[in-house]
Design a protein around this ligand. Structure first.
Ligand SMILES: Cc1cc2nc3c(=O)[nH]c(=O)nc-3n(C[C@H](O)[C@H](O)[C@H](O)COP(=O)(O)O)c2cc1C
Length: 337
């Protein structure tokens, strides 16, 4: 992939400590094996909001995939379907949500950034629902962007974003220049609050998931506000540097939520053992970001499929070698305390 695209994908905020910690925290967690369990049959199926998936690894939303491969989001949707998992399409995708829905053969979710103009957001949600998307994923960790120093130095310019047509900046039709800093500051709603979550719940017919919750008190508030789930995420370390690793926040969030809704996690998942650890510490499923983008850059839809296949196989190995035969049997006793 072009050097600028590589910088875009790998970069994080500030000194990129959180990017590193997300992975290192998994490396510090050790597993407790169980021997002499019949693991000849493994069942990795999960049901999320009424949709059954063959295994609990989904694709996180990522903006501007055409920077990495000419087929962009269409290749990702095809790769996800070939591997048998769901994809979350970014609000900042380079392909329209209808075009992605037309090629997708596995479940799609849509990631939303709410705009101050609620009328615009409402229409977007209606389009999302009409196109058959199964869940809305509201990103709540980005009222503004953080210090994306490396992206700035690399002068990252994102491809045009069809969902932003009609976005208004300061009440006027925005002339958005592709280029992430300007685009983000023009379209994010810094005033986003719980009121908007309630409003969005009243508008959306599909389940609403909050993405980017790290604080257990926020997760508690989310459960009380009746959302369908939360994703423990620090945006892959791209927004606020020195946040802890998501796998460290996950058990605290899961304890506070106490089964009232599913809790998901993303950030730093690179191995099947990481998936097992996340499920053991309270996640119903995990999302991956950069790994499938590397697959996309290397080999388009085949690359995306291959990355998911590898993780899925490694996850099965980790289950078998810790003596777990079903998702329900993966609990905290898998972790060497
Ligand atoms: C290049 C890139 C673009 C991203 N764009 C978005 C986005 O548009 N919306 C969003 O909610 N998260 C976005 N994210 C964050 C991911 O959804 C996810 O939280 C993160 O990548 C997970 O960490 P990982 O890359 O270590 O797997 C982006 C991440 C990357 C790497």
């Amino acid at each position: 992939m072009p050097a600028m695209a590589w910088e875009y994908v790998t970069a994080g905020a500030g000194d990129e400590l959180t990017v590193r910690w997300n992975q290192e925290a998994y490396q510090r967690i050790r597993l407790r094996p169980r021997v002499l369990v019949d693991v000849s049959k493994l069942d990795t199926r999960v049901t999320l909001f009424g949709q059954e998936l063959a295994f609990p690894i989904l694709l996180a939303p990522t903006a501007g995939q055409k920077l990495l491969h000419a087929d962009g989001e269409l290749a990702t949707a095809r790769g996800a379907a070939a591997a048998g998992t769901a994809m979350v399409l970014s609000c900042f995708s380079g392909t329209s949500l209808e075009d992605v829905a037309a090629v997708a053969k596995s479940p799609l979710w849509f990631q939303l950034y709410v705009q101050p103009d609620h009328g615009f957001t409402r229409e977007l949600v209606q389009r999302v629902e009409a196109a058959g998307y199964r869940a809305l994923c509201l990103t709540v960790d980005t009222p503004i962007t953080g210090a994306r120093n490396r992206e700035t130095r690399a002068a990252v310019k994102l491809p045009p974003m069809p969902h932003l047509e009609g976005f208004k900046v300061d009440g006027r039709e925005g002339h958005l220049h592709p280029g992430s800093a300007q685009v983000f500051s023009g379209v994010l709603d810094a005033a986003l609050s719980w009121k908007d979550v309630e409003w969005l719940r009243s508008v959306a017919k599909i389940p609403l998931v909050l993405k980017g919750v790290m604080n257990p008190d926020d997760a508690d508030r989310a459960a009380k506000s009746g959302v369908a789930g939360v994703i423990v995420s620090n945006h892959g370390g791209r927004n606020l540097d020195t946040l802890p690793a998501t796998i460290e926040a996950l058990p605290q969030v899961a304890d506070k939520v106490a089964g009232r809704m599913p809790v998901f996690v993303d950030g730093g998942i690179r191995r099947g053992t990481d998936v097992l650890k996340a499920l053991a510490l309270g996640a119903s499923a995990v999302f991956i970001g950069r790994p499938y983008l590397y697959g996309l850059g290397a080999a388009g839809e085949t690359g995306v499929m291959q990355v998911i296949n590898i993780l899925q196989r490694e996850f099965q190995m980790a289950m078998a070698l810790t003596g777990r035969t079903s998702i329900a049997s993966i609990d905290r006793s898998v972790i060497w305390a």
